[in-house]
Design a protein around this ligand. Structure first.
Ligand SMILES: NC(=O)c1ccc[n+]([C@@H]2O[C@H](COP(=O)([O-])OP(=O)(O)OC[C@H]3O[C@@H](n4cnc5c(N)ncnc54)[C@H](OP(=O)(O)O)[C@@H]3O)[C@@H](O)[C@H]2O)c1
Length: 249
């Protein structure tokens, strides 16, 4: 697929991996729109990449999704790429009642229902474009779960499964379906309001965006970046051994 001349919407594109993707797409000669809930982060992103278009939107809210779609149809008629990147992550300990699940944000709604709903909303529109794509961001943890984040991993496994089916359903259309499978990446994922801990440990977000641009040019639809390759391969070769190795805590 051509890596330039596209119009790209990235959910959660004001920070982390989404922002790295926004920068990579913008530098490659694409028009880029990012959305997210926090106005200040959208403003910061626009300061860093002045060509960005930004939109406040909570992807878990049906009215927000609808108004995002209406705005795109009106102002960005050439939109041809949807990147479902927005996500949240929590620990959850079921031996103590999994009380963490009551903290703000629902992983199933954010990481699984919202990308599915957005895809349903945008696909007929994307199918009218000569060349189009949906990129879903799953995780190496969708292939082999880390048990301390059981719901997160379940949402990513679900998103992987959904992506495989979507690719099959859209195989005779102009819409290509990519799955980005990041390893641990140094971002704010899993941090709570007011956290002073350093960001999530892992590789820099640019490792993922570099892998995505290369894979897109090569029409390689599954994109495991960095160490995520080990989890994807391990899930087929030796699921139990890979799981035990990841969960040695
Ligand atoms: N970091 C990793 O190690 C890693 C590994 C594998 C996969 N991933 C996946 O990569 C994606 C990006 O995460 P990241 O690591 O870059 O973390 P991040 O910096 O925290 O990015 C998540 C983004 O999603 C947005 N978001 C969250 N809930 C939203 C909602 N309801 N509506 C709209 N936007 C929302 C956040 O902005 P607002 O809070 O302002 O809305 C934020 O910009 C996620 O899907 C994550 O699961 C990350």
């Amino acid at each position: 697929m051509n890596v330039k001349g596209n119009t790209v919407l990235i959910t959660g594109g004001a920070t982390g991996i989404g922002l790295a993707l926004a920068e990579a797409f913008a530098n490659a000669g694409n028009k880029v729109i990012v959305c997210g809930r926090r106005e200040n982060r959208l403003t910061e992103a626009k300061k860093k990449i002045p060509a960005l278009y930004t939109r406040k939107c909570d992807v878990t809210n049906e009215a927000d999704r609808k108004s995002l779609f209406d705005w795109i149809k009106q102002d960005f008629k050439d939109l041809n790429i949807l990147v479902n990147n927005a996500g949240i992550q929590k620990m959850a300990d079921f031996t103590t009642g999994a009380k963490e699940l009551d903290k703000p944000g629902d992983e199933i709604t954010t990481n699984l229902s919202a990308p599915i709903r957005l895809t349903a909303l945008f696909t007929p529109f994307l199918m009218k474009q000569k060349s189009a794509a949906v990129f879903n961001i799953s995780s190496g943890l969708g292939f082999v779960p880390i048990a301390m984040m059981p719901v997160y991993c379940a949402t990513k496994a679900g998103l992987h499964s959904f992506t495989v089916s979507l690719r099959h359903q859209l195989r005779d259309t102009t819409v290509k379906v990519f799955e980005i499978i990041p390893p641990a990446v140094e971002t704010e994922l899993g941090r709570e309001e007011g956290d002073t801990e350093p960001g999530y440990p892992g590789v820099k977000p640019v490792v993922v965006s570099d892998a995505v641009m290369k894979a897109m040019a090569a029409d390689q639809y599954e994109i495991p970046a960095g160490d995520a390759k080990g989890l994807v391969e391990g899930s087929c070769r030796d699921f139990q051994g890979t799981f035990e190795n990841l969960n040695r805590w």
